[in-house]
Write a protein that binds this ligand. Sequence first.
Ligand SMILES: NC(=O)c1ccc[n+]([C@@H]2O[C@H](COP(=O)([O-])OP(=O)(O)OC[C@H]3O[C@@H](n4cnc5c(N)ncnc54)[C@H](O)[C@@H]3O)[C@@H](O)[C@H]2O)c1
Length: 326
Amino acid sequence: MKKKILICGGTGFIGHCITKELFSKNHKVIIYDNFSNYVPPQEGHYPFYLQKRLEEIKDKAKIIRGDIRDKELLTKTIKRTKPNIVINLVAIPLATASNVFFEDAIQINLNGHINLLAAMREVDSVERIIYTSSSFVYGHFKYDPADEKHSTEPIDIYGGTKLSCEILTKAYAMRFGVDYTIIRPSAVYGPTDANRRVSQIFVENALTDKPLQLHGGGKDKVDFTYLTDIAHGFVLVALSPKAKNEIFNITAGEGRSAEEFANILNDLLPGKVKTIIKPADLNRPIRGSLDITKAKKLLGYEPKYQLEEGLKKYLDYIYSTGLFKK
Ligand SMILES: NC(=O)c1ccc[n+]([C@@H]2O[C@H](COP(=O)([O-])OP(=O)(O)OC[C@H]3O[C@@H](n4cnc5c(N)ncnc54)[C@H](O)[C@@H]3O)[C@@H](O)[C@H]2O)c1
């Protein structure tokens, strides 16, 4: 059955890709977004990539410019559009920025999500709320791969707001009879990322003859996930009855180190990758692989891209934009 899906944060990096896949399945998408980005404008090419995203979705999606902190507009939007499924992607999506601007992070990541839950009470159309959490809720991994039952002990504001929202979403769903699903992504990379995460910085540095900084020797592993894989995971979660009231790790399923990342990039861009060793960043949790067995079994989720193939596609995309020369 065709669904009406409200995506808060739907013009973002992950959101626009989910939107495209939902269109391909003929679902109706309404986007609520304030078009914001938390890296200095001269660094991440945000206006350029936002235009690229909008070109792909603006003709089909209903896009409403609004802030998740604006309870009145959010409530009006939900009352007017009566969605069946709500996906919340809004956050200061960077751990470092959430920690520096921590009061903003609480207002946007946490209070914004509470506004959304409160607005959903005004209609009886919503069947499921999908909350976008993060692998940061686990804190330092105690075992690898970390499954969804791993203890949740965030060590920073970003992870703290994500875990708070997970708890409130579950409690809300239990109390008010709505289904919930929580997704824990990790280190997403690919076309139109403008948030200056390590993947964007590494690729752009290699293309502009700048060194790649390997913190702590670059040995710590992170589960890098290609954009279309995470977007497909969201669509499976949105539409599958088996996702009801569940938490899923949705990633590539394999931790890779910054050193491996640099080596793969060096194979793709011979002679262009230089590295320097920097002190370890002690403010970040030590992570690794996420166990995606549950998503595979319940949803049939299967990531298509490991880092070798994903980076090649990402690089092809970056060349196609004309921002960097071959
Ligand atoms: N990209 C990753 O590696 C990753 C990993 C784990 C979790 N996540 C989570 O996924 C979600 C999406 O991340 P992304 O990478 O697509 O980031 P993004 O910055 O591209 O997307 C966030 C979207 O939210 C919108 N937004 C921000 N503040 C808003 C506000 N106050 N009101 C309304 N809209 C607002 C932005 O305009 C943007 O479109 C975030 O919640 C992030 O924490 C991302």
